[in-house]
Ligand binder design. Structure first.
Ligand SMILES: NC(=O)c1ccc[n+]([C@@H]2O[C@H](COP(=O)([O-])OP(=O)(O)OC[C@H]3O[C@@H](n4cnc5c(N)ncnc54)[C@H](OP(=O)(O)O)[C@@H]3O)[C@@H](O)[C@H]2O)c1
Length: 231
């Protein structure tokens, strides 16, 4: 596996926040965008925040895919399928695609506190149908607040990682644990992404009701179930 990590849709709050945290952890990150200039501008913003050692560049999404074996997808649900179809020829065989897409009803003009039914079961399973064969899709990072990711403080949240490829799960867990305050938990098969995606709608609802930035913590598992920066 070769780095860097390409964050597709990395100009939005979720992708920028994750990229910022990985850049701080020393990862090389490519910000992907439909517009190369917008990607480079966002990369410069992150470099300015992280400091001179930051390895962050910006590229148009397909160029970013072609330059990386690790892809992080952070686009709205309404753009997910069309974008993956467009990017398919650029995605390298053997890549891992980590998908944080939540099928919020806001995508079709509904409420952000509700989700849409997805024919395949979840947004991540939809991705798995659209990527080239030999690419592993992992669902993760749905329950992290972009506001908090883009802030300065440590996170206080667990990241549940779902995939049908245990090696890909491990890679995503290690990347999640690089974000300070995050514990990564193997959430089992990709089909469990449906439940993890739904939790985000509940978190959105809680944020509106209580005016906060909610996340989740899973308790009661043995220590070995929690991947942290130290483990
Ligand atoms: N925000 C959160 O707190 C949060 C937390 C967890 C998960 N998520 C999920 O992560 C994803 C991204 O969230 P976000 O808040 O960062 O979203 P966003 O700001 O709406 O979109 C992210 C980026 O995606 C690109 N994009 C927008 N519409 C597109 C389309 N139709 N086709 C292709 N690209 C498009 C845009 O980049 P360019 O215009 O530069 O191409 C945009 O900057 C969503 O699925 C969301 O549900 C969000």
């Amino acid at each position: 596996m070769s780095r860097p990590i390409a964050v597709i849709g990395g100009t939005g709050p979720a992708g920028t926040g994750i990229a910022l945290r990985w850049a701080r952890a020393g990862e090389a990150v490519i910000i992907g965008s439909r517009d190369a200039a917008r990607a480079e501008q966002k990369a410069e913003e992150i470099r300015n925040r992280v400091g001179q050692n930051a390895q962050v560049s910006g590229m148009e999404n397909s160029a970013a895919c072609a330059a990386a074996d690790l892809l992080m997808l952070t686009v709205p649900f309404e753009g997910q399928a069309a974008l993956l179809k467009q990017l398919k020829p650029s995605i390298r065989t053997g890549s891992i695609l980590i998908d944080a897409t939540v099928p919020l009803a806001a995508s079709v003009g509904g409420r952000a506190s509700r989700t849409l039914g997805v024919w395949q079961g979840s947004a991540a399973q939809q991705s798995a149908e659209l990527v080239p064969s030999g690419v592993s899709v992992v669902a993760a990072f749905h329950n992290l607040s972009a506001d908090l990711l883009n802030g300065e403080g440590d996170l206080d949240c667990d990241v549940i990682v779902c995939s049908d490829n245990p090696d890909a799960t491990l890679v995503a867990m290690e990347l999640a644990a690089k974000i300070k305050g995050v514990r990564a938990i193997d959430g089992g098969k990709l089909e469990n992404a449906r439940i993890v995606e739904q939790i985000t709608a509940l978190l959105v609802s809680l944020n509106i009701r209580h005016k906060g930035h909610s996340g989740i913590r899973i308790t009661g598992l043995p220590d070995r179930a929690y991947k942290t920066a130290a483990s």
